[in-house]
Design a protein. Structure first.
Length: 269
């Protein structure tokens, strides 16, 4: 049977070896709160996406819904997920989508999140040299374009999804309504220990697209031939892990980290 959505328990069981874990209390709370939130939001699917750390310890647990309504335009797949966050695993709040300009300002910030969704950041503080050259007028303009932590959190989730969210090749197909649906005939990938067996979520229908086309060294692959389980780790966004079980035909991804992109990857290769 082909899975229709990732199972949190199975995913955490596999990626826990990499350090991506949730506490027993959080798991117990999520077991009840996620189905309730899915029903109240009117979604067919809602899955726990991961956890983003904060300086205060009030980490953000992220849930993503609506991925089963992805639209297909030719070979391009467009996702418009609804994203929610919780700091106690019980109550959830929406994370509205941000525009490209806000996402660009948020990307300039390199500090850890504070744990306060209403906290405001001044993007000019992340580049003091540019701020000094711009003068007082530019500084006032930067303050007018302040970024809240909630906006920054959504920009982090979108950025990680764009470069790290992956799936096995062939697990999805387009139906007659141009929506992406699980492939009921999916029987596994040919070479689960290679990057060629996986692709980015947005390239689900692109012929020949695979992770092997990404920047060399941006993925770490660990394949257990005995258990027939493959673990992928993103080095662009350390903290994102993906597992694929070739025997049970299950898979799932989970993020556990500070949400910051690794801009030093070129020096690590």
């Amino acid at each position: 049977m082909v899975q229709t959505e990732p199972n949190l328990l199975l995913t955490l069981q596999q990626v826990s070896l990499c350090g991506a874990i949730l506490s027993t209390e959080a798991m117990a709370a999520l077991e009840h709160s996620v189905p309730l939130k899915r029903a109240s939001a009117g979604l067919r699917s809602l899955t726990v996406w991961g956890r983003i750390w904060t300086r205060s310890g009030k980490d953000y647990i992220i849930a993503e819904g609506g991925c089963d309504t992805a639209r297909v335009y030719g070979t391009k797949v467009t996702y418009e997920p609804r994203v929610f966050f919780s700091q106690d695993g019980i109550s959830w709040a929406d994370l509205p989508a941000v525009d490209a300009d806000t996402a660009a300002r948020a990307a300039r910030l390199r500090t850890m999140l504070t744990g306060d969704p209403a906290h405001q950041y001044d993007p000019s503080e992340s580049d003091p040299a540019a701020d000094a050259a711009a003068g007082d007028a530019a500084a006032e303009g930067a303050k007018a374009g302040a970024v809240t932590e909630a906006q920054r959190l959504r920009a982090m989730v979108d950025g990680i999804n764009a470069l790290a969210a992956v799936q096995p090749k062939g697990c999805c197909v387009a139906d007659a309504h141009n929506q992406l649906v699980p492939n009921r005939l999916f029987s596994g990938v040919d070479h689960p220990g290679k990057l060629e067996a996986f692709q980015h979520r947005g390239q689900a229908l692109a012929p020949g697209a695979s992770l092997a086309q990404d920047v060399r060294g941006s993925w770490s692959v660990a394949a257990d031939a005995f258990k027939r389980v493959t673990l992928l780790r993103s080095l662009i966004y350390p903290g994102y892990f993906f597992y694929y079980d070739d025997r049970a035909l299950t898979w799932g991804g989970f993020y556990s980290g500070d949400g910051l992109r690794n801009n030093d990857l070129v020096f690590m290769l």
